[in-house]
Design a protein around this ligand. Structure first.
Ligand SMILES: *Cc1c(COP(=O)(O)O)cnc(C)c1O
Ligand code: SF4
Length: 328
């Protein structure tokens, strides 16, 4: 996987403190990435099988992903799309138009999620082209953008880009990927979030549970508190997907559940849903007791929201293999 860094992050990662250490863990190449386990996959969320046209992932009836580019300003070493991100570039104009035509033709879709890659690194003109098209579709009610930019390269959120966002007539949600409170410590990141808010969008936060980065109570509580202080509602805490060469970041489901349980006393404003993306493409499943039932030690029966897509998930990665991911 490509290595890329913004000047902003290079500067912060060079710091000889806890923030520098946490950022280096997330963005610096680590030789352990070359160790690929046999339960790891190129496409751990099964995007490919739910992609009717290039740039679209349509898994749920009422919402879909539009991936206009596979480029980010930085590359997180645990990225679940690491097999394509940094490699496949930007959708060509005719591909983009086909993707938009697909959305226009699916009137059951109410929400479009721009993801990638990082959609906010598109040129303002390119982003405007997409957002204007979506804004004009009468069946679309919500537009969502998934981005890491406010904490990875905050100075890129310039006026021209924010103008594009503020012109939308539909509800715009920006979900920011943040894994540690130190990512929000810097004034430039805080300012980027404030500017996004000023442009009229609602801010949500999503995080990945990562070994040595945030897999303890204190780190998670501080992360969520920092988000809420900066008007970002924690939305999802993702269980790490099994992308190739990411095993050194893994935390067990048992550990993740124990952490969520011990933080149950926190305000509801602080607590996200802890979710797992199943490797069969059944979508996100909350890892709380009612949806993820532990039937044997380290073995979970996951109840999908999609009929017939239940799943067995094995926590014990030490001796699991691809054949363990049997469909229920
Ligand atoms: C994650 C995802 C969504 C969004 O799911 P929410 O639970 O609404 O956040 C939508 N479509 C696809 C294909 C996804 O992977
Ligand atoms: S910002 Fe998201 S898409 Fe980009 S490298 Fe990080 S996890 Fe992957």
């Amino acid at each position: 996987m490509k290595v890329a860094l913004s000047d902003y992050l290079s500067e912060r990662m060079a710091q000889d403190n806890e923030a520098g250490r946490i950022l280096r863990l997330q963005y610096s190449y680590d030789v352990r990435e070359t160790k690929v386990r046999d339960d790891e996959m190129d496409d751990p969320t099964h995007d490919e099988t739910h992609s009717p046209v290039r740039g679209i992932v349509h898994r749920y009836a009422d919402r879909l992903l539009l991936l206009p580019l596979y480029v980010c300003s930085v590359y997180c070493r645990f990225c679940f799309r690491r097999a394509v991100v940094g490699r496949s570039g930007i959708l060509k104009q005719d591909e983009l138009d086909k993707a938009l035509a697909y959305i226009a033709g699916r009137t059951e879709v109410r929400e479009v999620i721009l993801s990638g890659g990082d959609p906010l690194i598109l040129a303002p003109r390119q982003l405007a082209y997409i957002l204007d098209a979506l804004d004009k579709m009468t069946h679309i009610e919500i537009i969502r953008i998934h981005s890491r930019l406010p904490v990875s390269d905050p100075m890129r959120l310039e006026d021209a880009l924010l103008d594009v966002l503020s012109k939308l007539s539909k509800a715009l949600y920006v979900v920011i990927h943040i894994n540690h409170s130190c990512e929000l410590e810097d004034e430039r990141a805080q300012e980027a979030c404030a500017r996004l808010l000023k442009s009229g969008c609602v801010l949500l936060g999503q995080s990945v549970l990562l070994r040595d980065v945030n897999d303890n109570e204190k780190a998670l509580e501080q992360l969520w508190r920092a988000m809420v202080r900066h008007r970002i509602k924690p939305y999802y805490l993702h269980h790490l997907d099994r992308a190739r060469g990411t095993s050194h970041f893994r935390v067990s489901v048992a550990r993740g559940r124990a952490l969520m349980n011990s933080l149950r006393h926190l305000s509801g404003l602080l607590r996200p849903d802890y979710v797992i993306e199943t490797p069969n493409g059944a979508g996100k499943i909350p890892l709380t007791n009612s949806w993820a039932h532990e039937i044997a030690k380290g073995c979970y029966h996951l109840r999908s929201s999609i009929a017939g897509q239940d799943f067995f998930y094995f926590d014990e990665f030490s001796n699991s293999s691809k054949s363990d991911f049997k469909k229920f």
